[in-house]
Design a protein around this ligand. Structure first.
Ligand SMILES: NC(=O)C1=CN([C@@H]2O[C@H](COP(=O)(O)OP(=O)(O)OC[C@H]3O[C@@H](n4cnc5c(N)ncnc54)[C@H](OP(=O)(O)O)[C@@H]3O)[C@@H](O)[C@H]2O)[C@@H](O)CC1
Ligand SMILES: [K+]
Length: 525
């Protein structure tokens, strides 16, 4: 893994340990620890500098029995040389009361003029959490010194907030919340998902030379969506584009009971760059869609099946009425053009069956299901899969996606997308501004646009005699979620609070993505 990739790819804490093992056996342990401790001290100094002068402050560390504590002790020794009063607080003791901690680390700190104490001094401007790292197993009961920290203490976690499972982000007992985490070797999945994400604060990966040893298989990595990845998944239209080469999105959404969903889904698709949107629905929703978007096509059944590049099905369908008929209509259309993609959202998540997913998989149709947490729980209950009830959110998604052959986009403040071969993406940019009715309808539409553009590009490549390769469904879904999250942030910045203006913000974000790509001289799709 390149240093650049270290910022964009996370692996399990246990994978980092496995990568360290051969280097430890080769005697590189002390050098790696020095690199880790140096980086930890640099980040600590940066945190102090943000608040005032570094020299003259007090920094304390809670120090555990293993190498995590060793990192913290060496970091204190480095800080001591910058004029910091460095205090080590051991949290484990032998029967005779002596601290159980990294002996060389303590020797280095003592030689640098640091001291030991039983509790974090009230004067500490910063507390380093060096209690437990990747060697943690089971559950943690916080030691008294950690429990006694003032609520407003600034905490910098060494590698992992103690008590967090670095593989899964689970906290089984107690854990210490951090303001920031400096993590060594690679970003660790447990810092980005589950409770770990909420406890780690800002996460800073540090290269300690493990790159070539880290796993490369998609199922062992979690990739972070960023602008470059999103532009690669959803590039600007080619200069010779016309409306069909940009992708036609068919939208089976909305009902007389929930007409707004049709409008919002169509808006989402149009503002994320669809060449054409065709709304399939009853008169009541068709009229509303046309009133908002005169450029949309509307009909009862949707476009001719060979025309649609992606179907968006589910938002605002009325399960009391004709939702099932409309859903089955979408599946029949897809059966006639299996290379078109399907977004199953909202009501479609209640309707879809295991047999339908199997048929879609066998036909080669890219499928993205878009549950939020509640819908995800119901989906797993209704359509079980071995391993899909794991407490580890990523493992559960991977198990379900592999079993049912569909990509899942799990919505939340941190959205995860996982495809059947285990490739997984994280979109960490979402904020509370998107926790509102209707934002999911916009996302479903945007996802339709991103998938349709990809399907249209592939059709063009096939016509040109090229083999376009497998559909990177999880990356495409992450791209849509990223655009949507950025649109939410844009809304918040502009002081707008209703979902009605979200599609326009999405349009601005998409246009900016494409314009910046032009300026970078990147190729077009
Ligand atoms: N090796 C290197 O050169 C490098 C290592 N690096 C650093 O080392 C860290 C990993 O170090 P590590 O393997 O020593 O494990 P670590 O996280 O310190 O904890 C182990 C101790 O925890 C204890 N313990 C376990 N569970 C517990 C529980 N539930 N409740 C209470 N205690 C529990 C257990 O003690 P036991 O209970 O078994 O007596 C064991 O002794 C890694 O995160 C990174 O910071 C980097 O600097 C890169 C170079
Ligand atoms: K720690």
């Amino acid at each position: 893994m390149s240093v650049e990739e270290l910022r964009r790819v996370a692996v399990a804490g246990s994978a980092v340990r496995a990568a360290e093992a051969p280097l430890l056996a080769a005697g590189r342990g002390p050098a790696m620890m020095r690199d880790a401790a140096w980086a930890l001290a640099e980040h600590a100094a940066a945190l102090l500098r943000a608040r005032g002068p570094v020299a003259g402050t007090t920094v304390a560390a809670l120090v555990g029995p293993g190498n995590n504590g060793g990192d913290a002790l060496f970091a204190l020794a480095f800080l001591r040389r910058r004029g910091v009063a460095a205090v080590a607080v051991p949290v484990r003791h032998d029967d005779d009361g002596a601290p159980r901690w990294h002996a060389e680390g303590w020797a280095a700190l003592r030689a640098a003029g640091g001291r030991r104490a039983d509790a974090v001094p009230a004067a500490a401007a910063l507390v380093i959490d060096g209690m437990l790292g990747t060697g943690f197993a089971g559950e943690l009961t916080l030691p008294p010194a950690a429990r006694a920290l003032p609520r407003d203490a600034v905490v910098l976690a060494c590698d992992v907030p103690s008590g967090v499972d670095a593989d899964t982000g689970e906290v089984r007992g107690e854990a210490l919340r951090a303001d920031a985490t400096v993590t060594f070797g690679a970003l660790k999945t447990g810092l980005l998902v589950g409770e770990g994400a909420a406890l780690a604060g800002e996460v800073h990966p540090v290269d300690i030379g493990l790159g070539p040893q880290l796993p490369t298989s998609p199922a062992a990595r979690l990739r972070l969506a960023d602008e470059a990845a999103v532009r690669a998944a959803h590039p600007a239209p080619a200069p010779d584009a016309h409306k069909y080469t940009r992708g036609l999105v068919a939208v089976a959404a909305g009902s007389p009971r929930y007409p707004g969903a049709a409008v919002l889904s169509c808006s989402g698709a149009l503002h994320a760059g669809a060449g054409m949107v065709h709304h399939a629905g009853p008169e009541a929703t068709r009229d509303r869609v046309l009133a908002e978007h005169p450029e949309a096509l509307v009909s009862t059944e949707g476009p001719a099946p060979d025309r649609a590049d992606a179907w968006v099905a589910g938002p605002g369908l009325d399960t009391q009425d004709d939702a099932r008929r409309r859903w089955e209509g979408v599946l029949s259309a897809l059966a006639e053009r299996p290379e078109a993609a399907l977004v199953a959202d909202a009501s479609a998540l209640e309707l879809v069956t295991a047999a339908q997913l199997r048929a879609l998989r066998e036909a080669g149709t890219p499928v993205v299901l878009t549950p939020h947490a509640g819908e995800w729980a119901r989906l797993r209950e209704r359509l079980p899969a071995d391993g899909a009830d794991a407490a580890d959110p990523l493992a559960a998604l991977r198990a379900w996606s592999a079993a049912h052959g569909a990509t899942v986009l799990l919505k939340g403040p941190r959205t995860l997308t996982v495809q059947p071969d285990g490739e997984a993406w994280l979109v960490a940019d979402g904020g509370p501004e998107l926790a509102m009715g209707g934002t999911g309808d916009v996302l479903a539409g945007a996802l339709g646009a991103v998938l349709a553009a990809d399907v249209a590009r592939r059709s063009r490549a096939r016509r040109a005699g090229q083999a376009p390769g497998p559909v990177p469904t999880a990356a495409l879904a992450a791209a849509a979620a990223w655009l949507h999250a950025r649109a939410g942030a844009e809304q918040a910045r502009a002081g707008r609070l209703t979902t009605r203006t979200l599609p326009a913000a999405l349009g601005a974000v998409t246009a900016r993505l494409w314009r910046a790509g032009d300026e970078d001289g990147r190729t077009r799709g």
